[in-house]
Structure formats: structure tokens, C-alpha cells
Design a protein around this ligand. Structure first.
Ligand code: DOR
Ligand code: ZN
Ligand code: ZN
Length: 383
């Protein structure tokens, strides 16, 4: 396959270069100005991507794809298709599934069930009491451990882990006060000093915790909803950590530079559960467009966005995701100028509720390549 006439993000900057992909291996063969005839002779597909921007495949470092006992909310197939529709080529899947991903049996069940549509990596939970026999055994099969500070209270186990540990930093799952997050981060500064590790903080929601975490060089993740939405009386907007008021939110936006990763916290629920106030909502299909819209508004540059959704999430969790020769082709192609309206009914996720319903955004994903395979072409899924 040959991707022609696009502007690609290569070696840290944009360049007008073509990309040739080996259809057999899915690897990038050539990055250059490539003659159509010579590539065409090999019989592969040729895409004209003029006026499009090709970035390293976007990563959503925080999704709940559920499945198993909660397949009515989402399963790995619907979640993976939703990811592609959102321009995402790689996801990190959270362990608070039912059953919880805290032992080898459950993790291998997840690995087996992966439909392999996007690159899917699984988080492991540290919750199990029989720690040595369970949580520790899964270490080489998971991307990282996830620790929910409002319910996982055995901090001593953290010393024994040899893998990145990500934290849901709230001491209670119902307290909407800013202190609930700030105090969790303060506790973490002590724990990380004691056990000498660098935590990754999920979905930060307050500027004070951001400052404390940054001083300790923790890596920090934020969601589009904590950047874009104020707290609301609509219980369908319920989410943990909660949405804050406009002043607090704008402080996060102003300090976006200090944040390493933007991830969706895609947390699907049934319609009925949402009406009853379940925490979280679909996000994997809206994250990239919402952030492209911010690029168009001048809130951040496209380079900064690429850092936060393509480069840093890979780096922090020990992978390389840059476009390069001999690397698997994971690419997201965007049309920065396209204007459109977000509609939950068009989601591939089973969960159609979005707090961004009806938002007009500028910037859309047009093509997605996962491991050399064209899974979206001209905005249409090829699955
Ligand atoms: O809003 C949330 N929903 N926050 C979480 O931490 C968990 C998530 C879920 O799994 O539904
Ligand atoms: Zn969380
Ligand atoms: Zn989450």
C-alpha cells in the first residue's frame, strides 16, 4: 500500500513525504517521495492523501472495554470498532471488569478474546489478597497495574511490583470535594518516596493535584471531559473524578503543557444505568476530534497533541510509536479542516450517550491503518 501526498509527522516534524507499506508484514518499507508507478507495479493500493495529515497511530491509554459479565455495556469487538472510528490504533484496557483482571486466568481470557482489530494491551489489578500467586503472576502479560485508591488499600504490595503503576487518585468514590483528589495525590507522594517508584496519575481533575504531582515528576493524564466540561446537574454527566467548576477547569486548560497524556477514560454503561447516574460515559470515539477542535481553536498545537496522544503514552509504558522504517504501520490520518457534528447514534460503542452530543467540531479522522491494515478509508470502517 502506498500513502501519497500527505503531510506526515516524521522525526519530530512535519514533512511532505509518501509512505510505502509492505502488505505482507504490515511494516513501513519506505518514507520518501515515492514514484506511483514503481509502487503501483507491486499491485498494492494507492491512496491520495493530499491536504491530509498523517500522525503516528493515536493511543487511548485509558479505556474500559468491559465484555464478559458486562458485555451489555461494551464488548471487545464493539469497543475495538469504536476505537477505530475514533482514529485510535492502540488502547490500554482497564482491569475493573467483571470478573476483575487480577489473576492469570482472567488476563489470559482477555488476551484470548481480543479480536485484534486495534492493538489492545491489558491492565492488571492489584486488588487480589493472594497477591504472590495472582497479581504478581500476571506481570509479564500486562501493560501496567492499576490501583484504585478508594478501594485498594493495601499499599505495601506496591513495593513488590516491577511494572508501571497507574492510580485512580481519589480517597473516596463519592466525595466531590477537591481535597478528595488532592489528599490522594499527597498520600502518593509519601508512598512513592518510600517505595521509590514513579506513579502514573489517571484522569487528573484539579490544578492543585497537578502541581503536586508535577513537582514529584509523576506522569499525568487528563481526559477531554475534565478539560471541556463544567460540573452539571444532569446526572448522566456523572463521572469519577467529578467534573469541576469553570474556574478549576480553566486552570487545567491553562496548564495543559504540564500534562503528559490525554486519554478518554471511555466508560460505557447502558442507557438505563446512565439515567440512574452511573459514573462515566463513552469517549473513545470523541477524544481525538475534540482535541483536533482545540488545535483549530489554538488552545494547543498539533505537535503538542501528537506528544500527548501518540508519543508520550507509548514512552511512559515502554513502547515506541513513532513513524519509522521497519516499524509496523500504525497511522491515523486526519482532515484538520473538516467540520461536523458529534452524534452518539453514530457511535460504534454500545453506549450512545455522550455529554458532547450536538457539539460542532472542526477536525475529523479520515483513514486509520493498524499494523499495516487499512481499517478506515474515507471515514468508513473497513471491518
Ligand atoms: O467514571 C468512572 N467510570 N470512573 C472510574 O474510575 C471508573 C469508570 C467505570 O469503570 O465505569
Ligand atoms: Zn479511574
Ligand atoms: Zn477509568
Amino acid at each position: 500500500m502506498l500513502l501519497k501526498n500527505g503531510k506526515i509527522f516524521y522525526n519530530g516534524k512535519f514533512a511532505n513525504l509518501d509512505i510505502e507499506i509492505d502488505d505482507e508484514t504490515g511494516k513501513i518499507l519506505k518514507i520518501d517521495r515515492i514514484d506511483e508507478i514503481s509502487a503501483g507495479n507491486k499491485g498494492g493500493k494507492i491512496l491520495n492523501l493530499s491536504k491530509k495529515v498523517i500522525i503516528p497511530g493515536a493511543i487511548d491509554a485509558h479505556v474500559h472495554f468491559r465484555d464478559f459479565e458486562q458485555a451489555y455495556k461494551e464488548d471487545f469487538l464493539s469497543g475495538s470498532r469504536a476505537a477505530v472510528n475514533g482514529g485510535i490504533t492502540r488502547v490500554f484496557e482497564m482491569p475493573n471488569s467483571k470478573p476483575r483482571a487480577d489473576c492469570l486466568h482472567i488476563i489470559s481470557g482477555k488476551i484470548k478474546k481480543n479480536p485484534d482489530i486495534v492493538n489492545m494491551h491489558f491492565y492488571g489489578s492489584v486488588s487480589d489478597e493472594d497477591f504472590e500467586n495472582n497479581a504478581k503472576q500476571i506481570e509479564k502479560f500486562i501493560i501496567a497495574y492499576k490501583f484504585y485508591m478508594y478501594e485498594d488499600k493495601n499499599f505495601d504490595v506496591l513495593e513488590k511490583l516491577n511494572k508501571k503503576i497507574s492510580f485512580h487518585a481519589e480517597l473516596s468514590n463519592s466525595d466531590n470535594c477537591i481535597r478528595n483528589e488532592v489528599n490522594a495525590i499527597k498520600n502518593l507522594t509519601k508512598i512513592s518516596d518510600k517505595f521509590k517508584f514513579t506513579p502514573h496519575i489517571c484522569h487528573i481533575s484539579t490544578n492543585e493535584s497537578l502541581k503536586i504531582a508535577k513537582e514529584k515528576n509523576f506522569t499525568i493524564e487528563v481526559t477531554p471531559h475534565h478539560l471541556l466540561l463544567d460540573k452539571s446537574n444532569d446526572i448522566r454527566f456523572n463521572v469519577r473524578p467529578p467534573l469541576r467548576d469553570e474556574r478549576e477547569r480553566m486552570k487545567l486548560v491553562r496548564n495543559l503543557n504540564a500534562i503528559d497524556v490525554i486519554a478518554s477514560d471511555h466508560a460505557p454503561h447502558s442507557e438505563k444505568e446512565k439515567e440512574n447516574g452511573a459514573n462515566g460515559f463513552s469517549g473513545v470515539e470523541t477524544m481525538l476530534p475534540l482535541m483536533l477542535n482545540l488545535v483549530n481553536k489554538g488552545v494547543l498545537t498539533l505537535e503538542q497533541l501528537i506528544e500527548k496522544i501518540c508519543i508520550n503514552p507509548a514512552k511512559i509504558f515502554g513502547m515506541n510509536n513513532e513513524i519509522g522504517l521497519n516499524e509496523k504501520a500504525n497511522l491515523t490520518v486526519i482532515d484538520l479542516k473538516k467540520e461536523w457534528k458529534i452524534k452518539g447514534d453514530n457511535f460504534y460503542s454500545k453506549s450512545k450517550f455522550t455529554p458532547f452530543e450536538g457539539w460542532n467540531v472542526k477536525g475529523k479522522v479520515s483513514h486509520v491503518v493498524v499494523n499495516g491494515k487499512l481499517v478506515m478509508e474515507d471515514e468508513v470502517l473497513n471491518l
